[in-house]
Design a protein around this ligand. Structure first.
Ligand code: ADP
Length: 627
């Protein structure tokens, strides 16, 4: 009989499983059990609809059996089963990868990451077995089919007799090696352990014949070994248990297996709410952003259950966009099964739950910030961008919710800081919160304006994300303190006398400054002397609504109409020798002065990270000076 080949990507994943370096091999059983449970769900719902299967809820079960001599482990269910076509399409390809581009990037990813992204699924059986047989029959067919594969060299599908509808998966367990004791998967204790660790909450009984000691009748101390059907799972969903009965490991395992994450969550929130509406919520903050988190493909949402029965896989209405990174579920007995019909009452209840959940997440994040700084900073590195977007979106409607959760890197030891912490460190003399924008902290630090503000003993926030300045401008003020972009706004660091003197100097040099401005052919709106620079000869600032950084961001947006333009001011350090040179040249060598204007403007552009308008001209001017 001809062997069929696996699809290319499936083969890769399969190879990975066969030669698995994935240490946690135990999870193969969890995967088979959860497939069986899904199949039971499908048949159960089908039965609800047409009532023809003649099965009661109690009849649905998962059966595990071990044959030590044959070295086989069998997982059976009386669920929906598969036709030959379904065996072919479901087990010959990776189901879970769906529309994701599995091939791209496969090469440079570790097995753990791939498993994290796509889930392991059925193929994980090959981590522990050298041959897998699946026998299956749907309830509306007389004919069963057998799928057999020994790994990457392909599989066969042949008709077979099968007495009952459902699926039986038989694993031929690998022989032990020096590093791996595969035989433990043929031991009762190991199977019990894995089931109670990963599949305890499965809502169908998981049965296995196990050996137990029983007292012999009529004897005081004699016992005999009997084999009895035993249920291995409690069937109580984790979230319905009491908090103090659940270990961190159980919470983490549940999260990792349910949401396919290879890393434990950063923070777990388990809450029970009673009252106007009663519900249990189990929410997790992941330790890292999923690979698609910042893409359009990402769908937010929480699982929605009523009385332990899943009614919606991703209920988007339960999470605001700015907390979309939260994974988890809500279970409420007050909701009815046919949520899709969305009665008004239902809708109203969901809104109340959503509001409560939002409050809960916010307060938990605040607690985390207060009690576990390291974890919070890790969280912020992964999801801070989302919070800042949230602050900016919808005209700042949610700024009060988010303003205490955002952080920036600050010139105070270049550490992360919240706005509250910044304000608490402000000296008496400081009136406003200073920030500067740029590509990196180091580049911002090199700005002449940063020097000037730091020299006064004031702290600067480094805005390195595009959204930062938009968020701060939306916020407008924090704790009564306004924000000042040190490259755009009036810095106001000088005393009254200094201001007077500067104004007099600028007035006196009015003609020179106009000449310089005109030499630059409209590149800047004004040229001015300034007293704020320490050592640098020049800097570029902006006036009006748009800063230089915002101009960059707006013009980089897709479909931007390239129209955004900041009003620029070239500022020249009045205390730098160049100031005297310019004054001396004015009226004596205007040709040279014109060239100097261009050079100084080009320097200010370079310093602030603005591309030069004419790099060739700049280069020739510099050489002219050198020769
Ligand atoms: P996933 O379960 O994530 O879809 P798997 O690789 O584990 O991915 O399984 C692939 C598909 O095979 C499933 O989606 C399901 O359609 C089918 N399948 C697996 N096990 C069973 C089973 N016991 N009964 C019926 N169908 C099954």
């Amino acid at each position: 009989m001809a062997k069929k080949q696996f699809k290319a990507e499936s083969k890769k994943l399969l190879d990975m499983m066969v030669n698995s370096i994935y240490t946690n091999k135990d999870i193969f059983l969890r995967e088979l059990i959860s497939n069986a449970s899904d199949a039971l769900d499908k048949r159960y719902y089908h039965a609800l609809a047409d009532d023809a299967t003649g099965m009661a809820r109690e009849d649905y079960r998962i059966q595990i059996a071990v044959d030590k001599d044959a070295r086989t482990l069998t997982v059976s269910d009386n669920g929906c089963g598969m036709t030959d076509k379904e065996l072919e399409s479901n087990l010959g390809t990776i189901a879970r990868s769906g529309s994701l581009d599995f091939k791209s990037g496969l090469e440079n990813k570790s097995a753990v990451e791939i498993i994290g992204q796509f889930g392991v699924g059925f193929y994980s059986a090959f981590m522990v077995s050298d041959k897998v047989t699946v026998e299956s029959r749907t309830h509306d067919s007389e004919q069963g089919y057998r799928w057999v594969s020994a790994g990457a060299d392909g599989y066969t599908i042949t008709p077979c007799d099968k007495e009952t509808a459902g699926t039986t998966v038989t694993l031929h367990i690998k022989e032990d090696t020096d590093d791996e004791k595969y035989s433990r998967y043929l031991e009762d204790y190991k199977i019990r352990e894995i089931v109670s660790k990963y599949s305890d909450y499965i809502r169908y009984p998981i049965m296995m014949d196990t050996e137990t000691e029983e007292p012999v009748e009529g004897s005081e101390d004699e016992t005999r070994t009997v084999v009895k059907p035993t249920q291995l799972n409690s069937m109580v969903p984790l979230w319905r248990k009491n908090k103090n009965e659940i270990t961190k490991e159980e919470y983490d395992n549940f999260y990792q297996s349910k949401f396919y994450d290879y890393e434990a969550p950063l923070h777990t929130i388990h809450s029970k709410t009673e009252g106007q509406i009663s519900y249990d919520a189990l929410l997790y903050i992941p330790a890292h952003a999923s690979f698609d988190y910042y893409t359009k493909e990402f769908e937010k949402g929480l699982q929605l259950y009523t009385n332990g029965v899943l009614i919606m896989e991703k209920c988007a209405d339960l999470l605001p966009d700015y907390f979309s990174f939260v994974r988890g579920l809500v279970d409420s007995a007050d909701l009815t099964l046919n949520i899709s019909r969305e009665t008004l009452q239902q809708d109203h209840l969901l809104k109340i739950i959503a509001k409560n959940i939002e409050k809960k997440i916010k307060s938990e994040l605040e607690k985390l910030l207060k009690n576990d700084r390291e974890a919070y900073e890790k969280f912020f590195a992964a999801f801070g961008l989302q919070l800042k977007f949230g602050l900016y979106q919808n005209y700042g409607m949610n700024k009060d919710t988010l303003k205490d959760l955002i952080m920036f890197r600050s010139s105070a030891e270049k550490k992360m800081t919240t706005l509250a912490e910044y304000v608490s460190r402000m000296p008496e003399a400081q009136k406003t919160i200073y920030y500067a924008c740029g590509e990196t902290v180091d580049k911002i630090d090199l700005l002449p304006q940063t020097d000037a503000v730091k020299a006064k003993g004031f702290e600067v926030l480094y805005c390195t994300d595009d959204v930062d300045e938009f968020a701060l401008r939306m916020l407008r003020e924090y704790d009564g303190k306004t924000f000042t972009n040190i490259c755009a706004d009036e810095l106001d660091l000088d005393t009254e006398a200094e201001k007077e003197a500067l104004k007099a100097e600028n007035d006196a040099a009015k003609d020179l400054l106009t000449f310089l401005k005109e030499s630059l052919d409209g590149a800047v709106d004004a040229v001015r002397f300034t007293g704020k620079l320490q050592n640098h000869p020049v800097c570029l600032t902006s006036e009006g609504m748009l800063s230089l950084e915002m101009e960059k961001v707006l013009n980089a947006m897709p479909n931007a109409n390239q129209g955004a333009k900041a009003q620029l001011v070239l500022e020249i350090n009045r205390n730098h020798p160049i100031a005297a040179t310019l004054k001396a040249l004015f009226g004596t060598d205007d040709e040279k002065l014109k060239k100097y204007a261009k050079l100084l403007y080009a320097q200010s552009c370079l310093i602030s990270g603005k591309p030069l308008d004419d790099p060739t001209e700049f280069s020739s001017l510099v050489c002219e000076l050198m020769v």
